[in-house]
Design a protein around this ligand. Structure first.
Ligand SMILES: Cc1cc2nc3c(=O)[nH]c(=O)nc-3n(C[C@H](O)[C@H](O)[C@H](O)COP(=O)(O)OP(=O)(O)OC[C@H]3O[C@@H](n4cnc5c(N)ncnc54)[C@H](O)[C@@H]3O)c2cc1C
Length: 246
């Protein structure tokens, strides 16, 4: 049962992403038809720099729903079930996760938290528990199979698997949801594993669609202050100052 490593891969995104967002924005403010504008865009008649400038200006005003027309799909592996449980709480998204019912976990891999890895005594304990969980899973499967629960043995034996067990998931989010996801999960307050994954996704998207993602990241980047309050702030940005009452 080896330790596993995080991998984030962009599978695909909506084609002509920037132009699609541009056309959607322009439809809101123009008497013309986005269908005609689209033909002009495809013929190369509208400078991409002008499109980017227009989008950036409108986004600043807070009108951001047209970015929902563009989505990205990522494949992620080497993450724990603890991470995927947090990820799927983001409801404005689509997920396809490796099943523990259909996939045998006899040799499951696991995520080792760095804080545990750094302390030899903690690491040893952790690895012993992973081995014990693996043994328990295999033993239970054998017993269940001997009792005739052949095809369904995985689904019951998996109850002894730890939250650290590795999972693979495909996630699709539109740009608005991604921006929101990065605001929450790139923040230092987010749990380390999902934060690491979020930053990897953001790095890819900053290169893919800079007009939308160049300013994305934890909320404090956009706000200029930390909204987490004194107890949870990481201290990188000042706290919001509340004006003194008159
Ligand atoms: C640091 C941190 C700590 C957390 N701790 C906990 C915890 O202890 N326990 C826990 O249960 N969760 C916890 N969460 C998860 C959190 O409560 C959210 O479930 C998760 O971050 C998904 O955010 P979301 O609902 O905004 O996203 P999405 O589900 O993607 O929703 C996006 C936005 O759509 C709107 N929306 C979606 N669904 C509805 C709806 N039904 N009604 C109204 N508006 C809706 C909201 O504006 C929402 O912000 C934590 C998250 C973070 C970042």
């Amino acid at each position: 049962m080896p330790e596993t490593k995080l991998e984030v891969k962009l599978l695909t995104g909506t084609p002509n992403a920037m132009s699609l967002i541009y056309a959607a924005f322009r439809q809101c403010y123009s008497p013309g038809f986005a269908g005609d504008l689209w033909s002009r865009i495809i013929r190369g008649e509208i400078d991409p720099g002008d499109q980017a400038e227009f989008i950036a200006k409108v986004l600043e005003s807070g009108h951001d729903s047209p970015v929902e027309h563009v989505s990205y799909s990522f494949a992620v592996q080497g993450v724990s079930r603890a991470l995927t449980h947090q990820l799927v709480r983001h409801r404005i998204a689509s997920y396809s996760q490796q099943s523990q019912r259909y996939v045998d976990e006899s040799d499951f891999e696991y995520v080792l938290p760095p804080a545990i890895a750094r302390i030899p005594e903690a690491r040893k304990k952790f690895e012993e528990i992973m081995s014990a969980a693996g043994r328990a899973y295999r033993d239970l499967k054998t017993i269940l199979q001997e009792q005739g629960r052949d095809k369904k043995a995985n689904e019951d034996a998996r109850f002894v698997l730890p939250q650290a067990s590795e999972s693979k998931i495909v996630v699709t989010m539109n740009c608005r949801s991604l921006i929101h996801f990065f605001e929450l999960r790139c923040c230092e307050r987010a749990q380390w594993e999902i934060r690491k994954m979020a930053w990897k996704m953001l790095k890819i998207l900053k290169a893919e669609l800079p007009v939308i993602f160049k300013t994305a990241g934890p909320r404090c980047e956009r706000l200029g202050y930390c909204p987490e309050g004194e107890k949870f702030t990481c201290g990188k940005k000042p706290l919001k100052t509340v004006p003194a009452s008159p």
